[in-house]
Design a protein around this ligand. Structure first.
Ligand code: 5GP
Length: 178
């Protein structure tokens, strides 16, 4: 169990908000006044999705999906499945996926395959708050991301460690003792 003292700040609240504003400007430019479905990948993306939604100027519908990835501790396993699909019919809709972080890329690949298989969407834009490119094992990249980060296990602003720290307004990493 870590305490908040073990969490080293990495990205501040104001840096996050500024980067989300820039991402939203790009999306506003891309979609103009077309309606979009903004999909929150629960639970890690909840802060990112809601802050991004507030900066979007087109008509927005907010929807949710919850995935589970089997794994232990802080390592991704690559075995991803959808456990709560709280989605309407998205055929012929513009879809923006809001994901917290792309690490190995297994989850991003699962999500894009899932939407391709389930629906014939009009457009699909994959947005990630964080991109840990250095850890990628699947050849996939978000269309837009806010920050590239090193190989650190980060928490805060929706991201958890064993369910904790999602409520921190900033992103930090857990300093492990050596
Ligand atoms: P991937 O499938 O790309 O390996 O991992 C994506 C998922 O793993 C993310 O949606 C997130 O739930 C989790 N994850 C990957 N890296 C981190 C991290 O540094 N911190 C936290 N809290 N979760 C992470």
């Amino acid at each position: 169990m870590y305490t908040e003292q073990d969490i080293k700040p990495l990205i501040s609240e104001s840096q996050i908000q500024q980067a989300i504003k820039t991402m939203a400007d790009n999306l506003n430019n891309l979609y103009k006044q077309e309606e979009v479905y903004l999909i929150c990948v629960l639970k890690g993306s909840v802060m990112f999705m809601t802050d991004l939604a507030k900066q979007l100027k087109m008509p927005v519908k907010m929807e949710f999906i919850r995935l589970s990835s089997y794994g232990s501790g802080t390592e991704s396993s690559g075995k991803v499945r959808a456990i709560d699909i709280l989605l309407p019919d998205l055929n012929d809709k513009n879809v923006i996926i809001a994901e917290d972080i792309v690490d190995t890329g297994h989850t991003a690949k699962f999500l894009t395959d899932f939407f391709d298989y389930k629906f014939k969407v009009k457009s699909l834009t994959f947005c990630s708050l964080l991109d840990k490119k250095i850890k990628r094992v699947v050849d996939i990249n978000p269309d837009y991301y806010c920050f590239e980060i090193d190989d650190k296990f980060v928490v805060g602003y929706g991201l958890d460690n064993d369910g904790l720290y999602r409520n921190l307004p900033y992103i930090g990493y857990i300093e492990t003792q050596s």
